[in-house]
Write a protein that binds this ligand. Structure first.
Ligand SMILES: Nc1nc2c(ncn2[C@@H]2O[C@H](COP(=O)(O)OP(=O)(O)O)[C@@H](O)[C@H]2O)c(=O)[nH]1
Ligand SMILES: [Mg+2]
Length: 214
């Protein structure tokens, strides 16, 4: 048994038992920015450029171990076309993180504020929204044709965060793995925060018997 303590108004209980709960995360988008590819990258650590449309809603289980405990996350993959919107949104119930994926090379339609509003109206106050820009591999280099689009996405994301419309913004590539570690860390961060065994990059290592940085 270890003694808990308060940090930033959270009670840190090192002996908190996770009880094998499965937490729910959902990927949403308009169009096909690479949700299925990104989920495969996160769960299977692999990439295939083959396009297989997701029919309605699909899901994959991701397991990980942290501080000698096992965690399970159900990742819901959805179809980005308008005709599935109602079905897809009905899966938002109980979701811990809603990930709105955009394609950084899509100049016609990058961030849809109305779409974010719709998501917000269907989730609870505790649910976080992560805005994730995919295909950063295609946007690298100074004279890149998508550079202006990337800068515009960043500016919009900054405003959205300031206005509390979204919680975080990330840039990743499902193809070359860029940014995946950070996104993964923030997915786990939420889950561990939720279980009150870890806060602000500090966690209790039950084997070492002391608090460690993540
Ligand atoms: N260059 C690049 N292409 C990607 C990336 N992720 C996905 N794609 C391409 O985008 C297509 C659509 O991806 P998919 O995951 O099926 O889109 P979804 O409809 O959002 O699930 C794929 O067939 C890939 O060719 C990426 O990170 N970089
Ligand atoms: Mg898909």
């Amino acid at each position: 048994m270890h003694e808990g303590f308060f940090l930033n108004n959270y009670y840190i209980d090192p002996d908190f038992n996770f009880n094998n709960k499965t937490l729910k995360i959902i990927f949403l988008s308009k169009g096909c920015p690479g949700k299925t590819c990104l989920i495969n990258r996160l769960v299977e650590k692999s990439y295939s450029s083959q396009f297989v449309p997701t029919v309605g809603v699909d899901f994959k289980i991701m397991k990980f171990e942290f501080n000698h405990k096992k965690y399970k996350i159900a990742i819901y993959d959805t179809n980005g076309s308008d005709r599935f919107r109602n079905i897809v949104f009905s899966y938002l119930k109980g979701v811990k993180i809603a990930i709105y994926l955009i394609d950084l090379t899509n100049m016609e339609e990058a961030i849809d504020k109305q779409f974010i509003k719709e998501i917000k109206s269907k989730i609870s106050k505790e649910t976080l929204i992560y805005l994730v820009g995919n295909k950063i591999d295609l946007v690298e280099g100074k004279n890149n044709e998508y550079r202006d689009n990337l800068i515009s996405c960043r500016e919009q994301a900054k405003l959205l965060i300031e206005n509390k419309e979204i919680n975080y913004y990330f840039e990743v590539s499902a193809k070359n793995n860029k940014g995946i570690d950070i996104l993964m860390k923030y997915i786990k961060w939420y889950i561990l925060r939720d279980e009150k065994c870890h806060i602000n990059n500090l966690y209790y290592d039950s084997k070492l018997g002391k608090y460690m940085n993540m």
